[in-house]
Design a protein around this ligand. Sequence first.
Ligand code: HEM
Ligand code: HEM
Length: 218
Amino acid sequence: MTDTSAQRADWTGAAAPGTIRVWDPLVRFFHWGLVLAFATAWLSADEVQPLHEVAGYTVAGLIGFRLVWGVAGRRYARFSQFLRGPATTLAYVRDMLGGRERRYLGHNPAGAVMVAALIVTLAGTAFTGWLMEKPERLAMLPALPQIVTPALADDDGDDGERGGEALEALHETLANLMLLLVALHVGGVVLASFRHRENLVLAMVTGVKRAPGPGDIA
Ligand code: HEM
Ligand code: HEM
């Protein structure tokens, strides 16, 4: 099946017969840029601090771009296209466990939850890193959650030091949580690739996927 006029209207680039363009160039650039920046931030942590910070800010910039593109971007980039409610997501997971889940052209409901988790956790990691950089940044944020501790506003004395340690611990915990999420994310991608007999990693490189068949959700 070739692409429908509605899908063509979303993205005008031609795709080979039987295939359809799904991931636009900016989503792909975002994805692989994020992988590179995250890996750099992770590997340079506690080793090469200036590189760590540049990589961390690059992650933050990419996330900022993605938030805008998720509202103003093309069809399959939009959050409204792939974020679904709990009922649909649970039904999808049930179908997955029963081995009868349908193929989604964009992110499937479970994958969409993971995309949201990755974006939120990355934003939190970059934000806590930025906060850690200069104590006065905390003073600009009076409504900080208790987990960061109010003592952080006080830079001198033991309280401030303890607060700084708590913030660093939070930064590291979020970064470690990212490793777990990335492992689950890649596992999910591999599983879905086998289940639907299509190379999703290649699709994130080329932007192209198999055109929707009967029963698929486009
Ligand atoms: C080499 C390892 C990785 C591979 C092979 C991979 C592959 C993919 C694929 C195939 C998708 C599309 C999923 C779908 O078809 O629904 C995707 C989406 C995504 N991945 Fe990865 N990924 C990798 C690492 C990462 C890492 C390290 C991060 C975060 C730091 C990440 C964050 C994301 C996000 C946020 C999306 C959603 C893309 C969007 O809609 O903008 N990925 N990934
Ligand atoms: C989102 C991407 C980021 C990731 C994955 C990340 C990851 C990490 C990790 C794992 C550590 C712990 C290193 C260790 O002590 O073993 C760390 C420490 C640190 N990070 Fe980040 N970080 C990110 C962004 C940032 C940003 C944007 C900044 C500030 C501009 C920053 C500043 C710091 C600082 C100051 C430390 C403490 C280094 C030390 O131990 O002296 N990070 N980061």
